[in-house]
Ligand binder design. Structure first.
Ligand code: NAD
Ligand code: USQ
Length: 403
């Protein structure tokens, strides 16, 4: 069934291809974005490896190619509550897909100003949305892009469930009572902390105001193009590779393309969950098509395809391209080695068949990186945002500082 969908953050890396995918499926789409991501690129002296068109140009191109118009509203949903409320009141969407947050962990750890900006922007963006929905009494399904990182990456050896944990608590009389509790969060950056706080706000508003909320705990996204963005060069998706916004696999692919040694942090024993950008768009469409009931607890899906270790990714990219691998000092405070098993039973039960790394899309991503390598600014590759002063290169780390 075609629905009216507002895509908050629809100018970004995940939001743009998702807006196109939902439009191609026949939904009525409007993007809401303040273009802060483009401004942060300018602030950092970097830009997408791929030449992304201006928002009007690409929306016109999509209309020309598909015959479907996507509206655009330039609005800061964190700063302008009145504007957000008025927009929701006039549009009365069936669904909001909420991508509109500052999403780079390194940027969130860079300076006191970026820490404060990340908290102010992300918490207010989410809370304003929840308040506006309750204020207007709108029965709109909120689909939020959260992150796997809320669970943390150490200290749990089982399979990470989808948001909730079944526990038994011993009562004073010695009997045991069963409970489902929200899986404890253990964020590893100020950015991940804001996602844990979002998580708590969702629990409150679903219980108190019976809002229908789906929170997608997504892994690290890799790749760049989707069937929709491939339809015209003006629709091309962004490709971040700089030390703050570039995520690990896309960084390795870009580094291989320009002949830069692959920047493995420390031993590269960090295991993380990954998903291809094409699957991001498909999973969001599945979440949109399968809303929770009013009064249901927050529905949480782990939006991941597979878990992979950083040094294995580097070895794979090196094998494919002949790139060299450099083990650099880790600027972050994270476990040097961890195991990670994640359930994605929710999306699989809805028919999700994930793209895996072995499915050859890595070569396609590499082709794109090679094609646009002349646009790269290699001086922006090193990751310079430090988690603590002890993470400075050359500082001898104590056990606690490196844990
Ligand atoms: P992005 O930075 O490319 O896109 C975010 C978009 O939101 C940008 O276009 C930005 O201008 C907009 N935005 C930010 N604050 C806003 C505000 N106050 N008002 C209006 N617009 C605002 O990020 P992305 O990679 O597309 O990530 C989107 C979402 O998915 C984020 O919430 C992120 O936490 C989540 N996520 C991303 C990844 C990943 O690997 N990229 C993985 C897991 C989860
Ligand atoms: N890493 C390297 N070398 C690099 C870059 C990163 O070894 O050049 C390592 C990091 O130390 C870390 C791992 O790779 O251990 C992942 O780093 P990343 O930058 O790819 O991912 P992360 O900071 O966790 O953040 C990204 C997105 C964020 C999203 C998150 C999903 O930027 O928006 O929420 O992935 S998750 O990691 O599952 O929480």
């Amino acid at each position: 069934m075609a629905q009216k969908i507002l895509v908050f953050g629809g100018d970004g890396f995940c939001g743009w291809p998702t807006a196109l995918h939902l439009s191609a499926l026949g939904h009525e789409i409007a993007i809401v974005d303040n273009l802060s991501r483009r401004a942060i690129d300018a602030e950092l002296g970097t830009s997408s490896l791929t030449p992304i068109a201006g928002s009007e140009t690409r929306l016109d191109a999509w209309e020309e190619i598909s015959g479907r118009r996507i509206a655009f509203h330039r609005l800061d949903i964190a700063e302008d509550y009145a504007g957000l409320r008025a927009l929701l009141d006039t549009q009365r969407p069936d669904v909001i897909v909420h991508f509109a947050e500052q999403r780079a962990a390194p940027y969130s750890m860079k300076t006191p100003a970026t820490k404060r900006y990340t908290v102010d922007n992300n918490i207010r963006a989410t809370h304003n949305t929840l308040v506006a929905l309750t204020d207007l009494g709108l029965d709109c399904h909120l689909v939020h892009l959260g992150t796997m990182g809320v669970y943390g990456y150490d200290g749990f050896n089982g399979e990470i469930p989808e948001g909730y944990l079944d526990v038994k608590i011993e009562e004073p009389d010695g009997s045991w009572s069963a409970h489902d509790i929200v899986f404890p969060t253990k964020p590893g950056s100020v950015y991940h902390m804001t996602k844990s706080m979002d998580h708590l706000m969702f629990q409150f508003y679903a219980r108190n105001d019976r809002l229908r909320i789906t929170d997608l705990h997504q892994g690290i996204v890799w790749g760049t193009q989707t069937p929709e963005t491939q339809r015209d060069p003006r629709l091309i998706n962004r490709f971040d590779y700089d030390g703050d916004y570039g995520t690990v696999l896309n960084r390795f692919v870009m580094q291989a393309a320009v002949g830069y040694p692959l920047t493995v942090h420390g031993s590269g024993g960090q295991t993380r969950a990954f998903i291809n950008i094409q699957d991001t768009t498909r999973c969001v469409a599945l979440a949109v098509a399968n809303p929770p009931e009013r009064g249901e607890r927050v529905r949480i899906y782990n939006q991941v395809a597979e878990s992979l270790r950083v040094r294995d990714l580097a070895a794979l990219v090196a094998e494919l391209t002949g790139a060299s691998v450099a083990h650099v000092d880790n600027p972050r405070k994270e476990a040097a080695e961890n195991r990670l098993q994640v359930s994605n039973a929710g999306f699989r039960s809805l028919g999700f068949h994930p793209i895996l790394l072995r499915d050859r899309l890595l070569e396609e991503t590499l082709d794109i990186a090679r094609h646009y390598k002349e646009r790269s600014r290699c001086e922006t590759i090193p990751a310079r945002s430090l988690w603590t002063p002890e993470n400075r290169p050359g500082v001898v780390k104590t056990e606690a500082a490196s844990a």
